[in-house]
Write a protein that binds this ligand. Sequence first.
Ligand SMILES: Nc1ncnc2c1ncn2[C@@H]1O[C@H](COP(=O)(O)OP(=O)(O)OP(=O)(O)O)[C@@H](O)[C@H]1O
Length: 249
Amino acid sequence: MISLSHVSKTFGAGHHGSGLTVVDDVSLHIEQGSIHGIIGASGAGKSTLLRMMNVLERPDQGQVYMGDRELTRMKEGELREARRRIGMIFQHFNLLSNRTVHGNVAVPLELAGVSREERNQRVQEYLQFVGLSDKAAQYPAQLSGGQKQRVAIARALANKPQVLLCDEPTSALDPKTTGGVLELLEHVNREMGITIVIVTHEVSVVERLCQSVSFMDSGQILRTVKLAEGALPPDMLAWYEEQEAGDER
Ligand SMILES: Nc1ncnc2c1ncn2[C@@H]1O[C@H](COP(=O)(O)OP(=O)(O)OP(=O)(O)O)[C@@H](O)[C@H]1O
């Protein structure tokens, strides 16, 4: 569904030095219909890699494909169109505080030029899907963290994407709320057939949700594994726990 071919990204390169290489020659293929995790310590380059998948971050080198279409070759207009097929959610939800729940979910539909009538119908449909039909007239400040993330999910689904990119979607939530949001993401995958890529630093999120996972360190993917029984391979789990301990030191 999404393929990265030898992508790299360096920040701050220029006259003054060689810069910081945050993603270093990564190739990765995400299978259609799967839920794929990317796990690694803070600063490993996970978010940057995720943002390359919809070319929100343009790689300095390498190619990004969605199916057989190369996103990195597209002009702005074509890319904008292609990005409608790729939804995204974030750790801090990124809702518009001055718009109601309904208004937030409607934003991508307005940008896509969808008629008011169809917009209203789709907003209602997706709010129902995420279980927030009764909150349509409320503002984000009136919602809990879990509810805000549900609104963000409804907004990301409104344009009927084929892929949903999730950047630490549960890191700002307590464990109980996290469970509900992960369950919702599972429904998105199962019922709508949407491919999900999820960046996280939480082993439990990967084990609960993902069919495959890539371990990332210093801009590179160390290994990508399938999770037959949900559990991470013991050697990679031990490696990751060591990384995390390093983060806390
Ligand atoms: N736009 C940017 N300009 C300069 N440096 C950046 C930019 N975006 C990210 N970085 C740097 O790149 C490195 C990797 O960042 P990234 O957010 O991709 O890592 P991460 O694995 O997602 O980490 P975290 O879990 O802490 O978010 C960090 O050192 C960060 O400061």
